[in-house]
Design a protein around this ligand. Structure first.
Ligand SMILES: [Zn+2]
Length: 484
């Protein structure tokens, strides 16, 4: 059996429309999935939607609809986003799927030795669906910084999970990189959070207050806390515990998440896995946030950029390109229409598009469209592969662009149009064959990152008769059609 590869995105909470930040997460995971397939691995690539909890329940009540109808609709918008940006996932898990709900209950049963009942008394933010400690509440003057709303005080009987029992083991796994955190720059901050010890956490809510959740097995009066249950999706989608997918694909090769959910994925999730005797994911890649013109994306500011808007003007691959290369893979980044336009014009159209166009035109003109493309190129690609192994998408594209620029420079220096005048056919063939081979190598490197573009380049240069494409790869985009 070929090597298996498992990559996940986080599952977004299905109470708002997806924005460009989640599009980036999907695209990053998609690159890893396509790259693994290119290496010959059998891949499971999973995404989905998180659909329980009080936010959804309250929103459904406000709108006078059944929470199930609301989540059906929201979940569909996330599926559409994946289709829109060419995401190659082959699993889509909804936490309201029966498979997930029964799987979550099986996991709960296995966690039972670490679960006990107690009274929770403290503060909670409904917006975050998160219990907060007294210290955190005090630091924030009792107002949730994410939602600008005071914390609610809660006193209720809950189940608790012995997170405290696992702090040391998690710390060790992070330190010895068996649970590798990427980018490495985030590692210390996370280790510091764990070194101080971890407190047990409440993992259920009374079902009379919140009926919209997965019932705790054997206790109908409680439903599982939404975060605790949502994390389980990564293995319920593999039919944990008895499914073949679980035994063949777990542990995940990479789990891709945003920096806002680091705590859940570096403490609660690994602790749950350790408690059920499962391995930790091999890598956890944490991306940063996208701002728009250096402002936080927010509905109230009205600066939300929807991926569809970008695609309508530039196409899918330019969106992928911008998010992969111009949002730094190891930190936060900024989106502006102008920066996107610059990248499109200078890098996609000028560097890459020109190399394609020039090479196709010259092979057509000087060699009647036929160049032997069996000659292998010898460009070193180790930096590119190393970058993708480390989820440095920006660096991987940088490496591809070095080759595209190098090819343009080669053409300028060799001046095939001069060689053609000198009637030295052999030399001319050598030059143009090198160009074609370089183009095909570039296409191969682009396959995981910009799949459409890679395919078009391959089609052009593996055709029986090589000719320039009828429409250029990156047609001119006028700046006056950009949204202001
Ligand atoms: Zn909040």
């Amino acid at each position: 059996m070929p090597k298996t590869y498992y990559v996940t995105t986080s599952i977004p909470y299905a109470n708002a429309n997806p924005h460009i930040g989640f599009a980036m997460e999907l695209i990053q995971a998609d690159v890893l999935a396509r790259y693994a397939r290119q290496q010959g691995h059998e891949v499971i690539f999973s995404t989905g939607t998180d659909e329980h909890g009080s936010k959804i329940y309250e929103k459904a009540q406000e709108n006078g609809v059944d929470p199930r109808d609301l989540t059906n609709e929201m979940s569909q918008t996330f599926r559409s986003l994946s289709d829109m940006i060419d995401i190659s996932n082959n699993r889509f898990i909804r936490t309201t799927d029966e498979k997930h709900e029964t799987g979550a209950q099986k996991i709960w049963e296995k966690l039972k030795k670490d679960i006990y009942k107690s009274t929770y008394e403290g503060l909670y933010c409904v917006g975050c669906e998160e219990f907060v400690t007294a210290t955190t509440a005090k630091e924030n003057n009792n107002i949730c910084p994410h939602h600008q709303k005071p914390y609610q005080s809660l006193k209720e009987e809950n189940y608790f999970f012995k997170l405290s029992a696992y702090a040391e083991k998690i710390q060790k796994a992070i330190e010895d990189n068996s649970f590798e955190l990427l980018p490495a720059s985030r590692r210390n901050e996370i280790l510091r959070m764990i070194e101080g010890g971890l407190e047990d956490i409440s993992v259920s809510r009374p079902s009379n207050k919140l009926p919209w959740g997965v019932p705790v097995p054997g206790d109908e009066s409680q439903v599982m806390y939404v975060w605790f249950e949502a994390l389980m999706n990564y293995i319920t989608v593999l039919d944990f515990p008895d499914g073949a997918d679980f035994s063949n694909y777990w542990p995940a090769d990479v789990q891709v998440i945003g920096k806002d959910i680091i705590r859940f994925h570096t403490t609660i999730w690994p602790a749950m896995l350790l408690a059920i005797g499962a391995d930790l994911p091999k890598k956890l890649y944490i991306h940063g946030f996208i701002s728009i013109k250096n402002q936080k994306i927010s509905k109230s500011i009205g600066n939300v950029v929807h991926p569809q808007e970008v695609i309508d003007i530039f196409g899918v691959d330019p969106l992928r390109y911008y998010l992969l290369r111009h949002i730094p893979s190891s930190s936060d980044g900024d989106f502006t229409w102008q920066a996107l336009h610059n990248a499109y014009t200078n890098e996609l159209a000028n560097d890459l598009g020109n190399a394609v166009q020039r090479t196709a035109v010259m092979v057509n003109k000087y060699l009647d469209g036929s160049a032997d493309n069996d000659s292998p190129t010898t460009h070193d690609t180790s930096a590119y592969h190393e970058a993708l192994e480390r989820c440095q998408f920006d660096r991987a594209l940088e490496e591809v662009w070095k080759q595209a620029r190098g090819l343009n420079q080669y053409i300028d220096e060799q001046q095939p149009w001069q060689v053609a005048k000198q009637d030295d056919r052999e030399h001319l063939e050598q030059i143009l064959q090198h160009q074609v081979a370089s183009m095909l190598q570039i296409a191969e490197l682009l396959e995981p990152l910009l799949p459409h573009t890679a395919k078009r380049i391959q089609e052009i240069f593996t055709a029986d008769v090589i000719r320039p494409p009828e429409t250029t790869l990156f047609p001119r985009v006028e700046t006056d059609i950009l949204p202001s």
